[in-house]
Design a protein around this ligand. Sequence first.
Ligand SMILES: Nc1ncnc2c1ncn2[C@@H]1O[C@H](COP(=O)(O)OP(=O)(O)OP(=O)(O)O)[C@@H](O)[C@H]1O
Length: 623
Amino acid sequence: MSTSLSHIREIERVASGAASPRDEPVVQSWLRCLNDYKLDPTIAQEAYIVPGSKLREHREQAEELIRIGRSGLEGLFNQVAEQNYVLLLSDARGVTVDFMGDPTFDNQLRKAGLYLGSEWSESRAGTCAVGACIVSGQPVIIHQDDHFDASHIGLTCTAAPVFDTLGDLTAVLDISQLRSPTAKASQQLALHLVSATARRIELANLMTRTRNDWVLRLARSPEFLDVDPDAAIALDGSGRITGMTHGGFGALARSMNIRGLQTRNFLGLPLSEVFDIDVDDLPNFMRGRPNGERLLRAKSGLVLFASAIAPVVSLRTPAAPEARLPRALRDLSQGDATMERVQTRAAKLATRRIPILIQGETGSGKEYLARAIHDSCGDNGNFVAVNCAAIPEHLIESELFGYAPGAFTGASQKGKRGLIEDADGGTLFLDEIGDMPFTLQSRLLRVLSENEIQPIGALKARPIRLRVVSASHRDLAELVKQGRFREDLYYRLNAATLSLPALRERQDLSWLIDQLRARVEKENHESYRIDTTARAALLAHEWPGNLRELSNVLRVAAALSENGLIDSECLPEHLFSEAIHSLPGEDDALRQALRDCGDNVSALARKLGVNRSTIHRRLKRLN
Ligand SMILES: Nc1ncnc2c1ncn2[C@@H]1O[C@H](COP(=O)(O)OP(=O)(O)OP(=O)(O)O)[C@@H](O)[C@H]1O
């Protein structure tokens, strides 16, 4: 039987559920190729090289990464040059954006796809190291006939992921050979080298991106602390976590000892919530003190060696661009890149009367932003908010435009000033503008384009000066397409659009939790402390109701707290439903875990980061 025929047979056996001696990542990838990408193992396809213009696009997008990754790539290439290895740096879509190989083999390498522009996504190339690494986020060796597509079974490829400072996979570093010994174990050293280089690229990336932050490098042994740390975490001037390497995430997760956390759960978290130090202690961890003495203790008891690097610019003085923002806008976020862009644009727009459309999910803070814009503009007029969805359709015209005395049956003899006129000299905020009745849209258009208003029954229009900020959680452009919203009004309203991120996307969630907690403290004249497990649950939740939901959860939690301590008992059950899955699955495992905690349900709940009642429920089911 030819090699490729036996290869196809083997894939078919795996597809039918037969046990396979291959590594689990290989088996899983084969199954994805068959079930998800519908690839056919009988059809062999040569490596795909993207066209030149596409490659330029991919390289432009990865420009900074290529620059940062270069010296890591060169260092690694020098170490392996004698063994005919080729290095590929691919972007998150699997396209090779940088490459190093022996030019003598250029033609063979290009043909094999070990070349600039080759695309090694799983859906395109089948099981391959880059593609499997992108899907799993783990280092992987795909050796010879581990490849799904028979045309690649001569190659041996080993890849490691490179994560950005916010925990997203941003690139894959791959080391490959056209020919190699048959044993897969021969690639273990390659796996180690490529993983170490990926770690160094992540560190270089963190150092470049966080020049204005503290960087805390961590290692398990003091000897490598300054030269090759295992992990690094960036911290802002107040000691909150702003980014990390993948190793940094691992160290934080181990230090918190809570399962199911992701990188973003740590963003914004004060360092003192994880370790026994805060930002004022960081200078003690700078060079000059023996490495062996720079010990850091995690709240979980884990001990690490740490080395701190001070920011290039002192963070005790606020960063210049933020300082230029008016106070009301400055207070909207801290450390979220999307929000910072929104705030900067809003500050520029606030000084002019340009209509602004705010888009964002329900409860994401559209009205709050509109108020901040109004408070930043320096106008003396009122901020008038109108919820177009809440006013009954037959009343909206008179509410908005007002009416002249005796304009219609039942109208007041004195007439009535409309909300638009109330906002004269200030800001009219039209919330849920997508619900504005179609017939009224043309009247509103007139107000906007001619700066005048004509109350119902009035003979003359009056001049008016206002800033219009409208908002919608619906896609207005889509409503225009469906003919439910006037196109001309749409263009008039959205001279500028500000799009608010959903709470689950915000990187300053921990800061927001503290802001909202401070608000509740002010309302209740009491102070509250959120314990680590409760905070972890708040950070891990998806927040479909956004800031409004978070705000309500904190209000209720404050009411339920004892002596001002907000613990997991004060939070709603559904916040822990994701954590339930991380409970030991087997009954025996649960019993054992409980025994390990001295039969103390509270201790086990703390350890697993779930509510006590969740454990009680499980135990009840066991009995
Ligand atoms: N940046 C922020 N900091 C603190 N609290 C905020 C912030 N943004 C919004 N909030 C609070 O979150 C809640 C919801 O905000 P807001 O009413 O502005 O949302 P919205 O997007 O207008 O909601 P809807 O779509 O339902 O009209 C309010 O209690 C508001 O005070």
